[in-house]
Design a protein around this ligand. Structure first.
Ligand SMILES: Cc1cc2nc3c(=O)[nH]c(=O)nc-3n(C[C@H](O)[C@H](O)[C@H](O)COP(=O)(O)OP(=O)(O)OC[C@H]3O[C@@H](n4cnc5c(N)ncnc54)[C@H](O)[C@@H]3O)c2cc1C
Length: 389
């Protein structure tokens, strides 16, 4: 396989990325080419599984909680973090999702809202890939409107008793700890629940066309007792889960770029070699129009992601900026993947080519972490001051 080059039409590498950022990106790029891409087809073809044997290597590369400080985390800046998310999703959205859930949705809330004991107990093994986390917010009847959740936590003496169902939970059946968001008398609170607690069950969701190289589960909690030390003490109300989502959505804005770049590079190479009507597909005007659109959209999305990264590193990030980046970058990535699939013709429907796998994955990425529409409404509120949600 030729080494992946990425897209750098406006020469970000020359002036806008420093050496550490480029090294982080290139290290993950090489790892994805050498160790992930050779196995992804098997996991997608089989009944949807994640290559768990790669977890120790992901940890060694510092990819779990990569932008967090301390506790064995890599402490990357947000540009480097974004670039490594890009490279992971160039492999597959399932690979980036694994790192996002572990880092942004589980390690981040423990880091931001946990007690010292919780941080000491969970963050080092999670950074080392020795403990896996999942994030339980969505329920069968409450996705976009998660604050409607029915899962309840009641205080009985020193224990909390949790009841409810969480659905569409990435890594639910392979986790050592679940961050469960539940309604209490005082509003929404977060709990660290270990799956071996009596009353806790998890089951995988089968039949997915999208994100097949990722475990997606349903969690059932029936009178699950969690000691008060298992509650995240500093998480109060929906601000808790929403701030985790902002972290994960930030990573997605970069990750989607990786999926788009993979499709773009694949189809440029293919169109040079595919002969139609006496000449390469790449030489036809309609092909060039599609490729020009793809390159332009990827480049605009790169600049958007990079600027959001700089603002995040300055501590001035507003969640609506992340909404714009997630909404736009996933949208253009999906469009790039669809155009690439189209240009590949019939070959585009088989998994010898990556475009359709990315396209199907990106349908999930468009839906999870705030649907495209929900981010539209977040931006609408920012523009008008009126909440349409
Ligand atoms: C593979 C996968 C992995 C996931 N992993 C996790 C995870 O780890 N943890 C977790 O908690 N969740 C996870 N999710 C759940 C995901 O976040 C939800 O699917 C998402 O929030 C959307 O919720 P929903 O599916 O219930 O769709 P709905 O909220 O029912 O939305 C359906 C449609 O209605 C639109 N809509 C909703 N509200 C409005 C409105 N007010 N106005 C106009 N249109 C509206 C939406 O944009 C969408 O088009 C995952 C989902 C998938 C598919």
């Amino acid at each position: 396989m030729a080494e992946f080059q990425g897209v750098d039409f406006l020469r970000l590498d020359d002036d806008l990325l420093d050496d550490d950022e480029k090294i982080a990106r290139d290290t993950v790029r090489e790892w994805v080419s050498n160790e992930f891409l050779p196995v992804v087809q098997t996991h997608v073809r089989q009944d949807g599984s994640f290559p768990m044997e790669l977890v120790p290597r992901l940890a060694e590369l510092g990819l779990f909680g990569a932008n967090l400080q301390g506790y064995g985390c890599a402490g990357m800046n947000n540009v480097a973090y974004g670039l490594v998310m890009q490279e992971l999703e160039r492999g597959d959205s399932g690979l980036r999702s694994f790192a996002s859930v572990q880092g942004a949705l589980c390690m981040y809330p423990i880091h931001a809202f946990g007690s010292d004991e919780q941080k000491d107990r969970w963050l080092p093994p999670m950074a080392a890939g020795e403990a896996i986390g999942c994030f339980g917010l969505t329920e069968p009847d409450f996705g976009s409107f998660a604050q409607g959740m029915r899962t309840r936590a009641e205080k009985r003496g020193e224990e909390w008793v949790l009841n409810g169902t969480k659905r569409w939970i990435t890594n639910g059946t392979v986790s050592d700890v679940a961050v469960i968001w539940a309604r209490t008398e005082d509003g929404i609170r977060g709990f660290l629940v270990e799956p071996d607690r009596p009353g806790f069950e998890s089951r995988d969701i089968k039949g997915k066309f999208s994100l097949r190289a990722s475990v997606t589960s349903e969690l059932y909690l029936k009178d699950v007792e969690v000691p008060d030390e298992g509650r995240l003490p500093k998480a109060e109300g929906m601000k808790g889960p929403l701030s985790c989502l902002t972290q994960a959505r930030y990573g997605i804005a970069w990750g989607a770029l990786g999926a788009a770049m993979a499709c773009f590079e694949e189809v440029v190479e293919y169109s040079r070699e595919r002969i139609v009507q006496g000449g390469p597909l790449a030489g036809k005007q309609l092909t060039q129009a599609k490729l020009a659109d793809m390159l332009t959209e990827i480049t605009k999305a790169q600049l958007l992601a990079l600027r959001v990264a700089q603002i995040k590193d300055q501590g001035k990030l507003h969640h609506a900026m992340v909404s714009m980046a997630k909404r736009n970058n996933v949208d253009i990535a999906l469009e790039v993947a669809r155009k690439a699939r189209d240009l590949l013709g019939a070959n585009g429907i088989v998994d010898d080519y990556a475009a359709m796998r990315h396209m199907m994955n990106l349908e999930t990425v468009r839906t999870y972490e705030g649907t495209h529409d929900i981010h539209t409404l977040i931006l609408g509120k920012e523009i008008t001051g009126m909440a349409a949600l």
